[in-house]
Design a protein around this ligand. Structure first.
Ligand code: 15L
Length: 268
C-alpha cells in the first residue's frame, strides 16, 4: 500500500539505472518529484522538475535541496573503482547533501547504501544490521562513511535516515550470488515507500532484498520500517542454475558476500 507522503520529493541519481526504475514509481509518493543528476535526466513530466547538479559542488547541491520535504539519495558512484571520483561523489557529495538538508530543514533521507559495506562477511553466515562494517573496497568504505555521517546528522540535528544496503537491484538475478542478494525494482520502491511513510524512522540500517529463500541478511532490527517484500528470486532459481556453472569454492568472489567486488582493483 502506498501513501502520498510528501509534497516535493527529491530523487538524486535520477539518470542512473535505479533512478530510472524509481522515477515512474515514486510518482505515487509525492505531488512533485524533483529529479537531479549530473547529466540531464530527460524531459520532465507535468508532476516533475529537473535540477542538474554535481554532488561535489556545495552550492549546486544546496540549490537542488531547497524546497524539498524529503530526499531519496541514489546519486554518486555505484561500483568499485578509482578513489578520486568516489571521494568527490560519495564522500564530499554526501557531506554536501547533509549540509544542504540541515540548512534547508529537510528531516528525512533515504540513503542508497550498499551491501558492499559488509562485503567481507562470508556467504555462509547471516548477519544483522548492527554487525561492524567490513567494506570490500573503496566504494564500500565510502558507503560506510555515508552511514556514519547520516548517524551523526541524526544524533546532532535530528535528520532521520534510512541507510538502505541495497543488494543486487536488477530486473532479474543475473547469477547464483544474486539468488541471495536480489531486490526487485518493485520491492526497492516498496522499501523506499516504507522508509518515507513510517511514522518514526530514526537512524535505521536496513538490507535491501526481496523475499529470497536464501539470504545472508537479517532485518529484525528494522521492523519498525514496515517493509514487506512481495517478490522473490526463487522464481528464477531453476533458470539461473541452468545457465551458470557450479561455483569454484576457492574463489574469494564465491566465499564472500561482496562477490566479485572483493577482488576488484587496485585502481591507481
Ligand atoms: C552494488 O552496490 C552495485 O551498485 C551494483 O551494481 C551491484 O553490483 C550490487 O552492488 C551487487 O552487489 O550485486
Amino acid at each position: 500500500m502506498n501513501v502520498k507522503t510528501h509534497q516535493r520529493l527529491l530523487l538524486t541519481g535520477a539518470a542512473g539505472g535505479l533512478g530510472q526504475a524509481l522515477r515512474t514509481r515514486l510518482k505515487a509518493n509525492c505531488e512533485i518529484l524533483r529529479l537531479s543528476d549530473r547529466v540531464d535526466p530527460g524531459q520532465a513530466a507535468a508532476h516533475e522538475e529537473c535540477v542538474i547538479a554535481d554532488l561535489a559542488d556545495a552550492d549546486a547541491v544546496n540549490a537542488m535541496v531547497q524546497g524539498v520535504d524529503a530526499i531519496v539519495h541514489m546519486g554518486g558512484v555505484s561500483v568499485e573503482g578509482a578513489f578520486a571520483p568516489i571521494l568527490q561523489a560519495n564522500i564530499l557529495g554526501v557531506f554536501n547533501l547533509y549540509e544542504a538538508a540541515r540548512k534547508n530543514g529537510v528531516k528525512r533521507v533515504v540513503f542508497a547504501s550498499s551491501n558492499h559495506v559488509t562485503g567481507f562477511y562470508r556467504q555462509c553466515e547471516t548477519i544483522t544490521t548492527d554487525r561492524p562494517a567490513r567494506p570490500d573496497g573503496l566504494y564500500g568504505v565510502s558507503k560506510a562513511f555515508g552511514e556514519d555521517l547520516s548517524r551523526f546528522y541524526f544524533d546532532r540535528y535530528g535528520i532521520e535516515t534510512a541507510c538502505v544496503r541495497i543488494g543486487s537491484s536488477f530486473a532479474e538475478p543475473r547469477d547464483r550470488r544474486m539468488l541471495a542478494t536480489w531486490l526487485s525494482f518493485d520491492d526497492l520502491h516498496r522499501l523506499i515507500s516504507a522508509c518515507l511513510s513510517t511514522p518514526v524512522l530514526g537512524h535505521t540500517i536496513i538490507f535491501g532484498m526481496s523475499d529470497n529463500s536464501a539470504t545472508w541478511w537479517d532485518n529484525a532490527q528494522a521492523r519498525h520500517v514496515g517493509y514487506v517484500a512481495k517478490d522473490s528470486s526463487d522464481t528464477f532459481r531453476e533458470a539461473v542454475f541452468a545457465r551458470t556453472a557450479a561455483p569454484d569454492l576457492s574463489d574469494p568472489a564465491v566465499q564472500f558476500q561482496g562477490g566479485a567486488f572483493v577482488r576488484t582493483g587496485p585502481f591507481e
